[in-house]
Ligand binder design. Structure first.
Ligand code: FES
Length: 135
């Protein structure tokens, strides 16, 4: 059942960009899985979003290797630059920012995903360069 639920939630997110309350209710009717289980799963995983996301979704790793290589300062830098906190989307709907877990490139920490593409060895200068290309 958990596999089915996760698969269904990922499908919804892929189609709609996020998992709305309406989609959760629809999934409840379709599968009979309790609303609390669906909502609990949708909000548990960092890769799933229950609010509309920006055009660019930034997921910064804060697992041990990245943490030990300054990820918190990078997170703070991005928060200040985009004027949003982790878990939020910018007013212009351009950026969403999330703190996530290991993305498998610990030897090049700190690292992040930007719309699922990996960026590694992050510095403030590198963040400036990456974000400037997106504006
Ligand atoms: S700890 Fe950050 S990529 Fe593995």
């Amino acid at each position: 059942m958990p596999d089915l639920l996760l698969t269904e939630l990922r499908k919804i997110q892929k189609k709609d960009g996020y998992i709305s309350e309406q989609a959760i209710k629809k999934l409840n009717k379709k599968t009979g899985i309790p609303l609390s289980n669906i909502y609990g799963t949708a909000t548990f995983y960092a890769m799933l979003h229950t609010t509309p996301q920006g055009k660019y979704i930034i997921e910064i790793c804060n697992s041990p290797s990245c943490f030990l290589n300054n990820s918190l300062n990078i997170i703070k830098y991005i928060e200040n630059k985009l004027k949003i906190k982790s878990g939020q989307t910018s007013k212009d709907k351009k950026f969403s920012l999330h703190i996530g877990s290991c993305i498998g490139c610990c030897d090049k920490a700190p690292a992040m995903l930007l719309n699922k593409k990996q960026y590694t060895n992050l510095t403030k200068e590198k963040i400036d360069f990456i974000l400037k290309k997106l504006k």
